[in-house]
Write a protein that binds this ligand. Structure first.
Ligand SMILES: Nc1ncnc2c1ncn2[C@@H]1O[C@H](COP(=O)(O)OP(=O)(O)OP(=O)(O)O)[C@@H](O)[C@H]1O
Ligand SMILES: [Mg+2]
Length: 203
């Protein structure tokens, strides 16, 4: 197996539109030295989204996933990326360390999407996506179950608590991978036990 070069983990923050992905990514990037990799920005910058032909939803972009991966492959190999995107199964599991599926109460999400001006089919489809747990299923199918965690994002305090939890997980990841303080912890007989994993203590 090729040696993992990244000195910081790659974390996916995914979920239905409006659940709070970007809110989490921004706060997490501020709290850590990780980089907020906003896929919406990548799509715009590299012009790899085609406008939807759906007359109800002309602003939605259909993204060429192969080209997207080409654009971010180097970043992922380097590590330390917080990936902000409403899909997750396109990222190669070997380059991903943690998948957070952000969740939100249906009524609250409905209000958030309405406030954005979503209506009709678009509102309905996004609500169905959350109700049917589409992103959670997608994450569980694409990645090992011990990499996938659900995070609630309903109140401001939820974001604070989730970010703190991910920060602890990052610290543990660095210890487990011998990336802390430049010392090789694993070579000294360190390394993580599952019960030390702060993301899954209550999961
Ligand atoms: N935990 C929370 N408490 C209060 N407000 C929240 C919370 N999470 C998100 N919000 C609010 O909900 C709205 C949507 O959040 P955000 O933009 O982070 O969602 P998103 O998942 O990135 O959406 P998109 O997929 O469209 O990019 C914002 O107005 C944000 O302030
Ligand atoms: Mg967003």
């Amino acid at each position: 197996m090729p040696e993992m070069l990244r000195t910081d983990p790659n974390i996916i923050i995914t979920g239905t539109p409006g659940v709070g992905k970007t809110t989490h990514c921004q706060q997490l990037a501020t709290a850590t030295r990780l980089h907020h990799l906003d896929i919406n920005e990548v799509v715009k910058k590299h012009n790899i989204g085609e406008s939807s032909t759906d007359p109800d939803d002309p602003n939605t972009k259909i993204v060429d996933e192969d080209r997207l991966l080409d654009c971010i492959e180097n970043d992922l190999e380097e590590g330390g990326q917080i990936i902000d995107w409403h899909a997750c199964d396109l990222f190669p599991p070997s380059l991903i360390d943690l998948v957070c599926v952000v969740r939100c109460d249906n009524k609250l999400l409905y209000d958030r999407l309405k406030k954005r001006g979503y209506s009709g089919k678009k509102l309905e489809e996004n609500m169905d996506c959350e109700i049917m747990e589409v992103l959670l299923q997608e994450a569980r199918e694409a990645y090992d179950e011990d990499m996938v965690v659900e995070l609630r994002s309903e109140k401001t305090e939820d974001v604070d608590a989730n970010v703190e939890r991910i920060e602890k997980w990052i610290e543990q990841w660095r210890k487990d991978h011998g990336k802390e303080g430049g010392e090789d912890v694993k070579a000294q007989g360190g390394g993580g036990k599952d019960e030390d994993n702060p993301m899954f203590l209550h999961g």
